[in-house]
Design a binder for this molecule. Structure first.
Ligand code: C5P
Length: 389
């Protein structure tokens, strides 16, 4: 049986940790809980003990606990350490290596993978200190899930809500998955549209919803890959276990892609805006004549990546076409230096819809995947990527 050590931090979202324990037990995962002092203000050790069917640990200074199961052993006997909710304070201590209570001592002493599910007020999540700490933790190899966005207990709205327990469970199962075919591989995915500003309130965009790219990121993570998802502005939740980098413009996307390297494979699904405007510093006033927009060309992220010295082993592009789909995709494959092109017939209701008809163009030829749900296109593509790596 796989086992996790669940560290429950002090935030209102701690009540959701109870549901997480229940789901883990139902999924056959053993759970031992550590409750921080703050956490005890929100849930009781008794609740977690009953749900986990195991003793709950709350302090470093309990002689009986310490003689029966030393804290070093507690930190190492699990297959995975999960921090949920990971408060701003807990993550700051983790990033700094502070060990001033049982939870932080265990986190410093563990030699097991660590997964953190953050929950905090939106301003705390967006604060430069938290941004820095999250970046440090990710560099240190901690999987930090993206919080959900929505109304908060404090009355504000934004990112900072604890991901739903079933999403955390999926991330746990993903992290515990030892036989994932893409384990140890890093795959970079771009998704969504870009927004190219014209002035502070207007932008040029396109109809991409990001759904196909997000589905691909999710399918890759399910196979155990470490996935970096560089996303333009979309209204989609981050798939469990995926590291998401949000960008607006093509230039920002190009920079985010470059900083995410090295990668074993890249799947460029984003509908990158081909042109950018010289954005006016102030809102353009409606005048007698419409403004003359000066457009310049955006970098071709896919083509640059395919030519770069850090080129991933497998570079996959997408091609949205409304006519002569395969001919255009074949030409695009050669022109951009991609290994595969997934040609997308967008003459119908594909953009924003659920289904997709695609043609996989490789050096070996063309395969046709007719009217499949986007999740199935994603699953098949992830499977093919696993074969190729
Ligand atoms: O040339 P076109 O935009 O049709 O090519 C589509 C493919 O190229 C997609 O994989 C898209 O993500 C990628 N692309 C890019 N950077 C651009 C334009 C397209 O990465 N500036």
């Amino acid at each position: 049986m796989k086992r996790i050590l669940l560290i429950v931090g002090g935030g209102i979202a701690a009540y959701k940790a109870c549901e997480l324990v229940r789901l883990c037990r139902k999924a056959g995962i053993g759970v031992k809980c550590v409750l921080t002092e703050g956490g005890q203000h929100f849930v009781t050790p008794m609740t977690l003990a009953a749900l986990s069917e195991s003793q709950v640990y709350t302090t470093l200074w309990d002689l009986k606990d310490e003689t029966e199961m030393g804290h070093i052993q507690l930190s190492r006997e699990a297959d995975l350490v999960v921090v949920a909710p990971a408060t701003a304070d807990l993550m700051a201590k983790m990033a700094a290596g502070i060990a001033d209570d049982l939870a932080t001592t265990l986190l410093l002493a563990t030699d097991k993978p660590v997964l953190a599910a953050p929950a905090m007020n939106v301003r705390m999540w967006q604060h430069a200190a938290t941004r820095r700490n999250v970046a440090t933790l990710r560099t240190d190899g901690v999987t930090v899930l993206e919080p959900d966005e929505g109304p908060m207990a404090c009355g504000e709205y934004g990112p900072g809500r604890l991901p739903e327990p079933d999403a955390i469970l999926a991330a746990i199962q993903n992290a515990l998955e030892t036989g994932g075919r893409l384990k140890g591989k890093h795959v970079l995915v771009t998704a969504g549209p870009t927004h190219e500003p014209i002035d502070p309130v207007r932008y040029i965009a396109n109809r991409s919803s990001g759904r196909q790219g997000f589905a691909i990121a999710e399918a890759l993570a399910r196979l155990g890959a470490k996935v970096t998802l560089v996303s333009g502005p979309v209204a989609l939740a981050t798939p469990a276990g995926v590291t998401r980098v949000d960008v607006e413009t093509a230039q920002e996307m190009a920079n985010a892609v470059a900083s995410a390297l090295p990668a074993d494979a890249a799947v460029m699904v984003a509908a990158v805006g081909d042109w950018r405007a010289d954005a006016a510093p102030q809102k353009i006033k409606k005048g007698a004549a419409p403004p003359n927009l000066q457009l310049s060309e955006n970098p071709d992220i896919l083509a640059l990546l395919a030519k770069s010295p850090h080129r991933p082993k497998l570079v996959i592009g997408f091609a949205a076409e409304t006519e002569q789909v395969i001919e255009h995709a074949t030409a695009k494959r050669a022109r951009k230096g991609a290994d595969w092109i997934v040609a997308n017939d967008v003459s119908g209701d594909v953009m924003g819809g659920d289904a997709n008809t695609v043609h996989l163009v490789t050096a070996q030829g063309v395969e046709h995947w007719e009217r499949l749900p986007k999740s199935e296109v994603a699953r098949r593509l992830a499977d093919r990527i696993a074969d190729a790596l």
